[in-house]
Design a protein around this ligand. Structure first.
Ligand SMILES: [Zn+2]
Length: 158
C-alpha cells in the first residue's frame, strides 16, 4: 500500500500503451453498456509508481477506481480475467451495486475462466435443480439479454 501523501495525480492511459488491457477493457465495456446503459465507459488510469513503471487501475469515467492495480499479464485470457475482476471491484464499490447481475437469478456474477474462455459465473438459485451456471462469455452479456432464458421450462400454450 502506498502512503497517502505519496499519491500523485493519476493520468489517463493512452491507446496502445497496454494493448492486452485495452482489448480486455473494450470487452468489459460492452458488458457495462449492455447492463448499465447510463454509465459511461470504464477507462484505464495510471499512477506513476517509479521511473517507467505505472500502477494501472480500471476506473469509472470520472477517474474513480477501487481495489488493486492490474498486474502484468501474458495473454488475452489473463488480461480479460484481470480487467473484469478490477472492473467489478470498481463498479461495485464506487456505484454501490452488484455488477454484473444475472437476470435469471438476480445475483451478482463473477469472472471465471471456463476452459480458456473468460466468462461470467452465477451461483444459481437456492432450490435444487437450479445450479450454478455460466451466464455468458465476458463481453457478450448483450447477446444473452436478447435471447430467451435458457433454463426456463417451456409452457404449453393451449
Ligand atoms: Zn444465474
Amino acid at each position: 500500500m502506498r502512503a497517502f501523501f505519496d499519491r500523485s495525480e493519476p493520468r489517463l492511459v493512452l491507446d496502445g500503451e497496454h494493448p492486452l488491457w485495452d482489448e480486455a477493457l473494450a470487452a468489459v465495456n460492452r458488458d457495462l453498456a449492455a447492463t448499465l446503459p447510463d454509465q459511461r465507459p470504464l477507462r484505464l488510469i495510471a499512477y506513476p509508481e517509479c521511473e517507467d513503471l505505472d500502477e494501472v487501475y480500471v476506473a469509472l469515467s470520472n477517474g474513480e477506481a477501487h481495489g488493486s492495480p492490474l498486474t502484468p499479464v501474458r495473454s488475452a485470457v489473463e488480461a480479460l480475467m484481470a480487467v473484469a475482476d478490477a472492473a467489478q471491484d470498481t463498479v461495485t464499490e464506487r456505484l454501490w451495486r452488484a455488477w454484473p447481475v444475472c437476470t435469471v437469478h438476480d445475483l451478482g456474477m463473477h469472472p471465471r475462466d471456463v476452459d480458456g474462455r473468460p466468462s461470467w459465473w452465477c451461483a444459481g438459485g437456492a432450490r435444487r435443480g437450479d445450479p450454478a451456471h455460466i451466464r455468458a462469455a465476458i463481453g457478450e452479456l448483450d447477446a444473452v439479454r436478447r435471447t430467451p432464458r435458457p433454463n426456463r421450462k417451456r409452457r404449453k400454450s393451449s
